[in-house]
Ligand binder design. Structure first.
Ligand code: GDP
Ligand code: MG
Length: 163
């Protein structure tokens, strides 16, 4: 069967950008503001000759203001449960935040295989965040740039090893 892959992480780390790159088309809305709701969350994707069923996460309803974090957490939790493997994304330029640690705990508690992705790693601006992300305890981070398409071969290898 085609592996189901959940893209997990707090808002704005580049999950939808990665989803769209793997899907090969701009199905999910990429935005640097929260509150975008009407984006597509599941699609067939491909990385080299690896086919996958992708699930994007952490969109939420603007009506849910005040409950935003709970909604994100619930949505992420159900995506993790249905997934064969999780791609856990952080923003290497921002470094590891408290919310990253919350989402990392969710993934860890699920017991699902996880690939840690340090996104926005083009150039040198992500070097500190990459180093910091070892502390999440999710294994060795893979530096990628979802927007520039860097690190995709390493990502493919890590997914195949994790499955
Ligand atoms: P999501 O909220 O996690 O789904 O994040 P989005 O995919 O919507 O991206 C949030 C912001 O980060 C957007 O402005 C993207 O253009 C930007 N972004 C995503 N990937 C990269 C990347 O690899 N490098 C840089 N510099 N910016 C990125
Ligand atoms: Mg998104």
């Amino acid at each position: 069967a085609i592996p189901k892959i959940a893209v997990i992480g707090r808002p704005n780390v580049g999950k939808s950008t990665l989803f769209n790159r793997l899907a090969g088309k701009p199905l999910a809305i990429v935005d640097d503001r929260p509150g975008v709701t009407r984006d597509r969350r599941e699609a067939r994707g491909r990385l080299g000759d690896l086919e996958m069923l992708l699930v994007d996460t952490a969109g939420w309803d603007t009506e849910a203001v005040g409950q935003m974090e709970n909604e994100m957490r619930d949505q992420s939790e159900s995506a993790i449960q249905r997934a064969d493997i999780c791609l856990f994304v952080i923003d290497a330029r921002e470094g590891v935040t408290a919310l990253d640690r919350d989402f990392a705990d969710l993934v860890r508690r699920s017991g699902k295989p996880v690939v840690l992705l340090a996104n926005k790693a083009e150039g040198k601006a992500g070097d500190l965040g990459i180093a910091e992300s070892y502390g999440l305890g999710l294994g060795e981070p893979i530096p990628i740039s979802a927007s520039h398409g860097e690190g995709m071969a390493d990502l493919q290898v890590a997914i195949i090893q994790g499955l």
